[in-house]
Design a protein around this ligand. Structure first.
Ligand code: NCD
Length: 318
């Protein structure tokens, strides 16, 4: 495999639309090496020794926060977690002051999740630390997009001409936006389906095909990405009853039969089982949902390594 001839040294990772295919490739190749470290008995290398990383999370998270923490620790960095419910944010501190405070402690990277679109880009403007966007409102979730890319490639699928189906709550999904940006750039045929009220107006301009029925989007698909219904972001009236949603838009075994037999089923988690995804589909052989979690650590190791060291030698790796 050709070595990607680009560098992410010192770069903020804000979204996938502004990253190049070569940069994706560099992350994929580096994550492959990182996964080898994860498989070792002693999962620790000193590549980021002396670097400090702060996870600044204004929204709930299990997978993303924990995997960033482990990723930093496996590479020897010091990692501190700030959950805003237990921080001075509850005393009214503004985002600018929180970022500047954290930066004053000489941190090298801030991994940030925030409910407002553009929050990570704002942090990048005012901070010297590398900013990694761990989700900003409904805008972008680049590390989820990259771990999905890694997972799909690991299944031997290489995007060009593949039929991808993204199903469900497109309106509020930063995961959908990141995957659409990357998959269209990589030449895949991207299809979306869900309740009309949850499909943003004009989304076709991003290069996707919109279907009224999920069956049309899934038919012959190589990858089906099922989105969580973002119940916490629903304002009013956009969502049918859960029972109606599950019946019409929920992915069960019967609907999944329409896809290719080797279809890869993705879900960023957490799953609302019985709503957007049936119990059987969540546990079926085609489901790569736990691979996504595992690969999330490798991809985040790769991003921390590439942004903080510029991709210097990975110590002690064969
Ligand atoms: C996603 C998120 O927070 O955007 N979760 C995740 O990071 N694994 C998707 C979601 O919450 O539905």
């Amino acid at each position: 495999m050709a070595k990607a001839n680009v560098s992410l040294s010192g770069k903020d990772i804000l979204d996938l639309a502004s990253m190049s295919v070569e940069e994706y490739e560099l992350v994929m190749q580096t994550a492959t090496e990182m996964k080898k470290i994860m498989k070792r008995d002693i999962k620790k290398v000193p590549s980021l020794r002396g670097k400090s990383i702060i996870n600044l999370f204004y929204e709930a998270s299990t997978r993303t926060r924990t995997s960033f923490e482990l990723a930093g620790k496996y590479l020897g960095a010091d990692v501190v977690n700030i959950t805003t419910s237990g921080s001075s944010v509850t005393k009214g501190e503004c985002l600018r002051d929180t970022i500047l405070t954290v930066q004053s402690m000489a941190c090298d990277a801030i991994v940030m999740r925030h409910p407002v679109e553009g929050a990570a880009a704002y942090a990048a403007k005012i901070s010297d630390a590398v900013i990694i966007n761990a989700g900003d409102g409904a805008h972008a979730h680049p590390t989820q997009g990259l771990l999905d890319m890694f997972t799909i490639r690991e299944k031997g699928k290489n995007f060009k001409g593949l039929k991808m189906a993204i199903i469900g709550d497109i309106l509020y999904s930063r995961v959908a936006r990141s995957n659409i940006a990357a998959w269209t750039k990589l030449g895949a045929d991207v299809n979306v389906a869900g309740p009309k009220t949850l499909i943003p107006y004009g989304i076709e301009q991003l290069g996707v095909t919109v279907h009224n029925r999920v069956e049309e989007a899934i038919e012959g698909a190589d990858v089906v990405d099922i989105l969580r219904i973002q119940l916490e972001r629903q304002k009013s009236g956009l969502f049918p009853t859960p029972r109606e949603y599950a019946r019409i838009f929920g992915i069960n075994e019967q609907k999944l039969k329409l896809a290719k037999t080797d279809v890869t089923v993705l879900h960023p988690g957490p799953m609302n089982r019985g709503l957007e995804i049936s119990w059987e589909v969540g546990y079926c052989d085609n489901a790569a949902i736990r691979d996504e979690v595992e690969n999330g650590v490798a991809v985040r190791m790769a991003l921390l390594f590439l942004t903080l060291t510029g991709g210097k030698k990975i110590e002690n790796i064969d």
